[in-house]
Design a protein around this ligand. Sequence first.
Ligand code: NAP
Length: 294
Amino acid sequence: MNTEVLSGKPLAALIQQRAHDGTARLDEEGLRPVLAVVVATDDEATHWYVRSIERAAGRAGMGCRVLDLGPDATEEVLAGVLADLSAEPTVHGIILQTPLPAAVRADRLVGLIAPEKDIDGANPLSLGRLAVGQPAFAPATARAVVELLDHFQVPVAGRNVAVVGRSAVVGKPLSLLLLERDATVTICHSKSGPLERHTRSADIVVVAAGRTGLLKGSHVSPEAVVIDVGTNVLPDGSLVGDVDEASVTGVAGGLSPVPGGVGSVTTALLLLHTVEAARQSSRIELLTAYISRT
Ligand code: NAP
């Protein structure tokens, strides 16, 4: 079996271009989309990632404000900053970057991000809206998986999909998006028993567990499409996913690898979501002005 490599880079470039074009159109109306990223850690990998978002935002022509509050930021300081950004009309998208200081309640903080600016779907309201099919921003990684499947014309409707991982940021929202597309979804987690019992019958397997080498070739059926979401840093500093690429290659029909898969699509979608949020805010402004005139 020849395993097609489902690279995220061409799709990321297309989405980045859409974000750029959307920004240019809003610019003509006098509106510049602005993304705010709140950081409270001294983790070097996180700062590297945030700088990559900043550079991508710059390439798309949009504004990016990084608010680095340091690793000792208190919950009250973070809460104040998130409330201010939620109320600030010149900011359209907000990301609360993890990891956060151990003492803060992350679940309280994400609830302070205004849903219309919650471009990474972190507020539980966004997940709730997704669950009942109402408009909301999905976490960018979850949407990235669906966009990747669409880009490579992998049919989803009526197919069996196994999602490994049930977190609120990847597994659950992704399962909801796939269900919305008429897939039959099995969600696996650490208590699901032998993985192959669930993944062997799947047409598509998405792995988001954060466990190096979790999914092996013997766990997937021939021709299945495998999307690796996991990111694990090895002791030598290299980045790998959750899929044992050596054994899955030659069995699966397609494999989206790490690095080079979902990650770059996720970053591009954060920008596109910010453009969508800015466009939505300008429509609301126009409507409000119209109502106040009539
Ligand atoms: P998480 O909150 O730690 O959740 C991991 C999930 O995997 C949990 O539901 C856990 O089950 C499940 N799991 C762990 N070991 C398992 C096993 N042996 N068999 C089956 N399920 C198992 O992690 P997350 O935030 O969802 O992230 C998952 C991975 O995706 C991480 O590697 C993360 O770095 C990566 N990620 C990548 C991107 C990107 O843009 N590329 C974005 C976000 C996350 P329980 O619920 O039972 O504990």
